[in-house]
Design a binder for this molecule. Sequence first.
Ligand code: FAD
Ligand code: NAI
Length: 464
Amino acid sequence: MASDSYDVIVIGSGPGGYVCAIRAAQLGMTVACVEKRETLGGTCLNIGCIPSKALLAASEKYEEADKHLDKMGIKVSGLKLDLKGMMAHKDSVVDANTQGIEFLFKKNKVDWLKGTGVITAKDTVEVDGKSYKAKHIIIATGSDVVGLPSIEIDEKKIVSSEGALELSKVPKDMVVIGGGVIGLELGSVWQRLGANVTVVEFADAILPAMDKEIAKETQKVMKRQGLKFKLSTKVTSAKTTAKGVDLTIEGAAGGNEEKMSADVVLVCVGRKAYTESLGLDKVGVKTDDRGRVMTGDGFKTNVDGIYAIGDVIAGPMLAHKAEDEGVVLAEMLAGQTGHIDYNLIPGVVYTWPEVAEVGQTEEALKKEGIKYKVGKFPFMANGRARAMNATDGFVKILADARTDKVLGCHILGADAGTLIAEVAGMMEFGTSSEDIARTCHAHPTLSEVVKEAALAVDGRALHI
Ligand code: FAD
Ligand code: NAI
């Protein structure tokens, strides 16, 4: 039974909000979480990380059966795509996860206040007309799709990531606007299922924020898989027709106009902080020039008692960043201390093979004038990778030239998202490349590629 006064009211039940609510409840606070969706879990569980990974996993298996298993002596005949069945798999994964949060809320005695939360005073949240008092209000309202001027997203022919997770048939031709994380992940899904996918990217490289060498190699590998890329190119118009969508593209700097057509266009040029109808103006919570809630130490906004975490504030828009902020904030409210090293938040792109990074890129180190050594090792030279038929990519470790402290690690390769965890963990403890190189890594595993890259920093890789 919902009370009308709490220690903590969290607005938004994404990975930032729900984790914060559970941790605060574990620490003895009375907690409510306001969520306007029909299900808990926010963007991540409903329309983001989880459904996209369900489709990535399923489409990866389909492509493997279609194109790769024969190389291992497995003949597949009668292979058929059941798109409805694949979507049902995705939906059941989403349901299990969102219901899981509902169970965790009940277990931890977190009240779910269903509806839209509006902050009406520094200690009051109104949910669909009813007021609730709170000692602490936490804004965890996440983010929303960024559109493009004059391109109308109808979620049928011109879709955002949300519509791209729900297509009822495989498009023959698909244009993806934006070669970032969503473009490569969801572009891969539909390419594997049979679409002819062209990625149009404004910058001169895909994944422009990642290590340039890794991004270049990723593009090469994905091109081999069948994706097409138009870099340094922008879409100037996209209009739906009876058949599909007609597009006009031109060079990023203007000129070289070209026409394209597609059955479906996916717009994925970034996400923006979501604070609609939250009442920030009324209580005077400040936002920055990109609409993000401004926070200082301890995730405090400029209004006493109001805090913010996750995609709605500055920093990478990642579920694990939001979660960590949720935990740290709850612990701080309970009088404990906590910290997040924002340099050590790993980033993973769940393509095949995966791309993963932690710490600084070569480009950033050069810009800062930091002298560094590089150790690289290819998956091609690893026994387990050969056994798995997963030899694309490499591990690159960047270490301080003077102290050998690891400053960054960048991986393109099978299971890169899991492999990066070792390096991120060791970097939390200030590892040197020598520490990684002298740590015993089980054989035969892909993790030996990380060890060999660490040995390569000092020019002593063994298996190349
Ligand atoms: P959100 O998850 O956005 O949750 C905010 C919630 O607040 C929403 O449920 C919203 O309905 C609710 N809300 C907003 N305003 C109100 C209000 N006034 N009242 C009540 N409720 C409100 N990140 C990763 O780390 N790994 C991935 O693999 C990954 N894949 C992604 C794939 C896609 C297609 C997308 C779109 C995103 C992906 N992300 C991924 C990013 C990730 O989803 C976000 O970083 C994460 O969800 C942010 O969490 P959050 O708690 O800040 O906000
Ligand atoms: P993104 O920022 O990753 O990529 C957007 C891309 O679009 C960039 O490469 C940018 O240069 C390009 N672009 C911008 N304007 C353009 C234009 N007019 N024409 C062509 N290209 C243009 O954003 P994306 O892919 O939309 O993802 C949004 C957020 O969701 C990301 O910040 C990411 O953190 C999160 N996400 C994370 C995932 C993961 O961790 N695996 C998966 C999916 C999303």
